[in-house]
Design a protein around this ligand. Structure first.
Ligand SMILES: [Zn+2]
Length: 94
């Protein structure tokens, strides 16, 4: 990992979950989601493309009450937009 990637990841981590932010709850502790849109199935996205998501929005720890990118991707996308949209938004915010 480069210095720039590490710095970006730490900014994303400090920002918190982007989905919670859009819900009006900024600053929720987040994990890093690696989007796979437009990438090969086994290929991890670049660290600069990460999206910060809390466990509920990332892995569905509150499924199905809270839509998550892994367990209910269609519901998640309807609520918050595509992974690409979220990545663009969070990059502009950090
Ligand atoms: Zn969240």
């Amino acid at each position: 990992m480069t210095k720039a990637e590490a710095a970006h990841l730490s900014k994303l981590s400090a920002f918190g979950c982007i989905a919670c932010y859009l819900d009006g709850n900024p600053g929720t502790p987040a994990e890093m989601h690696h989007p796979r849109e437009g990438k090969g199935m086994s290929q991890r996205a670049d660290n600069m493309d990460c999206i910060p998501l809390c466990p509920a929005h990332h892995r569905g720890t509150m499924h199905p009450v809270v839509p998550s990118v892994h367990l209910s991707p269609a519901a998640f996308k309807a609520e918050y937009g595509t992974e690409y949209d979220l990545m663009t938004k969070v990059r502009a915010l950090v």
